[in-house]
Design a protein around this ligand. Structure first.
Ligand code: IPE
Ligand code: IPE
Ligand code: MG
Length: 252
């Protein structure tokens, strides 16, 4: 199709430029993975935590600076209480077990979402690990927790309304930049690549604002099976995409 894609003349620098800065993943399929094995759903979530560890390593090796993981959506609260509790406990265990790794690799932990929804013990652990890693700049791991794209945009709209009401913002100052500046983590660049596992072809309320020009990559692989080889495949596919951003020629 595109002769330039496979051309061996492409320079290393050009290929380097096609590594995404920010990859966001909708980690889906844990329940089905467990079900296929006759195991309780939580076993799928536990195995999914192993995939997170593998992907964190792969991410560092590929030079991707930001990794956002959709770990729990605002919609996920409707799941059976036992599953929600198990997920929250798993999250706490993950934070504890991953702390050393974050220090070692100078990775900053961040989070986006309606964090006040989370149980106090999870919030405490999350705040603690975010605090002790906040000075790291090698990489950024962003956990989307009780996250919903619409909730995030509505929250930004409310802040804007309050500021207009308070007289610190004029209506004519409300533009895209003003909205973006009031999202959960305005300094994080938009995702270049959004990966969804398990064969589902939807966004499920993930980064609705930020993903407006992201490249989408869908795979049938269930999240608990996702490893470095699958990550590499997604990045290779991304490198072949031509991002035009509305223009007639690709913009690098
Ligand atoms: C994704 O796996 C994990 C969360 C949503 C927390 P699921 O639990 O949604 O797995 P499936 O989609 O039921 O297989
Ligand atoms: C999306 O997965 C949320 C997370 C991966 C945390 P879901 O499994 O909740 O999505 P739907 O309900 O199938 O759209
Ligand atoms: Mg699912």
């Amino acid at each position: 199709m595109d002769a330039a894609i496979g051309a061996s003349t492409s320079t290393t620098a050009a290929e380097g430029a096609r590594v995404p800065v920010h990859v966001a993943i909708i980690m889906d399929g844990n329940g089905r993975w467990a079900q296929q094995r006759g195991l309780p759903r939580i076993k799928g979530h536990e195995q999914g935590a192993e995939s997170v560890r593998a992907v964190l390593k792969a991410c560092r090796r590929s030079g991707v600076k930001y990794l956002t993981l959709y770990a729990f959506s605002v919609e996920n609260w409707v799941r059976p209480k036992a599953e929600v509790e198990a997920l929250m406990n798993l999250l706490k265990r993950f934070l504890k077990s991953q702390e050393h790794e974050l220090h070692e690799n100078r990775v900053r932990l961040r989070s986006i979402g309606r964090l006040t929804d989370l149980p106090r013990s999870v919030r405490r652990e999350l705040s603690r690990v975010m605090k002790v890693t906040e000075h790291y700049r090698e990489g950024n791991l962003v956990l989307a927790l009780s996250y919903g794209g619409r909730t995030e945009i509505a929250h930004a709209a409310r802040r804007i309304a309050e500021e207009v009401d308070g007289g610190t913002l004029r209506p004519e100052e409300v533009d895209e930049a003003a909205v973006a500046a009031r999202l959960y983590a305005p300094d994080i660049p938009d995702p270049d690549l959004v990966i969804r596992t398990s064969g589902e072809l939807r966004l499920s309320n993930f980064l609705l604002w930020q993903a407006s020009y992201a490249e989408m990559y869908f795979t049938d692989v269930l999240w608990p099976d996702f490893r470095e080889e699958h990550w590499m495949r997604a990045l290779e596919e991304y490198a072949r995409r031509r991002r035009r951003f509305g223009d007639v020629e690709p913009r690098s």
